[in-house]
Design a protein around this ligand. Structure first.
Ligand code: C2E
Ligand code: MG
Ligand code: MG
Ligand code: MG
Length: 285
């Protein structure tokens, strides 16, 4: 009987696996189609200096304008292509599109940097540096320091030698690096010192709860102290209210990004947002 059960289980597992593979296959095919049909778009979320009210940059965040399902978030489709060559193609599209947008905005007199998110796998691709070089060369009007790369703190733990080598090569091209979701990756000081990062982004989970949770507040303070020690810039993500902003300012972190300031928006909305930002009642009241 035990054998029988085992066999049934094996067959069941087999079917599940087949089904899973079919789903994945059609999902991948849909994403390939979406790239071809230009259904991906970048939204941009502003970053500000809360002390001066200056807009210091924006982060490009991918969306899928799906023909029937509406606007999809990265969480809806990026996991499907994780570790698949398609993620490299999407990643290249993101860099090229952000550079194109930087060029357009510069032409309009809007000179703020744009950061893009880089997956760990993307960064370790042999062709990453070559592609970045080519993309920058295609937009010589955009100074390379205007392109910033957000890398998850946790990806720094993958292949340290490789990651730091690629980061150094990209830094030599002039781009800047931000360590994203900082505080969740458990990287050591030793790790951090080897990475040529310019900015630390405090993860939004700590920022969101720091007003109620003393442990999260302690982490925020610790990350800010670390940035000071390592002489890195620091920016807080997930700043949802003015109270969060005020707390961060009092702790010495003046750069911020979050729904309290602005939600990610289509590219054509950003220039006006920048122009009108100083009158944002939710923030300046
Ligand atoms: P992330 O890079 O840490 O980006 C921050 C995420 O938090 C964004 O979600 C943003 O819309 C959201 N957010 C910003 N401010 C607030 C706030 O005040 N409160 C809350 N609750 N959320 C806030 P989104 O756009 O859904 O992106 C999620 C993640 O997907 C990103 O996290 C990033 O890791 C990844 N991602 C987005 N675009 C790309 C991309 O082009 N390439 C890659 N590889 N990953 C991307
Ligand atoms: Mg990011
Ligand atoms: Mg983040
Ligand atoms: Mg995140």
């Amino acid at each position: 009987a035990a054998k029988q059960t085992g066999r049934n289980r094996y067959n069941l597992f087999d079917m599940d696996l087949e089904e899973a593979m079919l789903t994945r296959h059609s999902g991948l095919e849909n994403i390939r189609q979406a790239l071809e049909n230009k259904e991906f778009v970048l939204f941009y979320q502003p970053k500000i200096n809360m002390a001066t009210n200056e807009v210091v940059g924006s982060e490009a965040l991918i969306r899928w304008q799906h023909p029937t399902r509406g606007l999809l978030s990265p969480a809806d489709f990026l996991p499907l292509i994780e570790n698949h060559p398609l993620s490299v193609m999407v990643g290249e599209w993101v860099i090229e599109t952000a550079l194109k947008q930087l060029s357009i905005w510069r032409g309009m007199g809007l000179n703020i940097p744009v950061s893009v998110n880089i997956g760990a796998r993307q960064l370790q691709e042999d062709e990453f540096e070559a592609h970045l070089t080519k993309a920058l060369e295609a937009h010589r009007d955009v100074p390379s320091h205007c392109l910033e790369l957000e890398v998850l703190e946790s990806s720094a733990l993958e292949d340290m030698n490789k990651i730091s080598r690629v980061m150094r090569a990209c830094c030599a091209l002039g781009v800047r690096f931000l360590l994203d979701d900082f505080g969740t990756g458990h990287s050591s000081l030793t790790h951090l010192r080897r990475l040529p990062a310019d900015v630390i982004k405090i993860d939004q989970s700590f920022v969101r709860d720091m007003l109620e949770d003393s442990e999260d507040l302690a982490i925020v303070k610790g990350v800010i102290a670390l940035a000071v020690t390592l002489k890195l810039e620091i920016i807080a993500e997930g700043v949802e209210t003015k109270a969060h902003g005020d707390m961060l300012i009092s702790l010495g972190c003046t750069l911020a990004q979050g729904y309290g300031i602005a939600r990610p928006m289509p590219e054509d909305k950003l220039p006006n947002w920048v122009k009108n930002w100083h009158t944002n009642p939710a923030w300046t009241a």
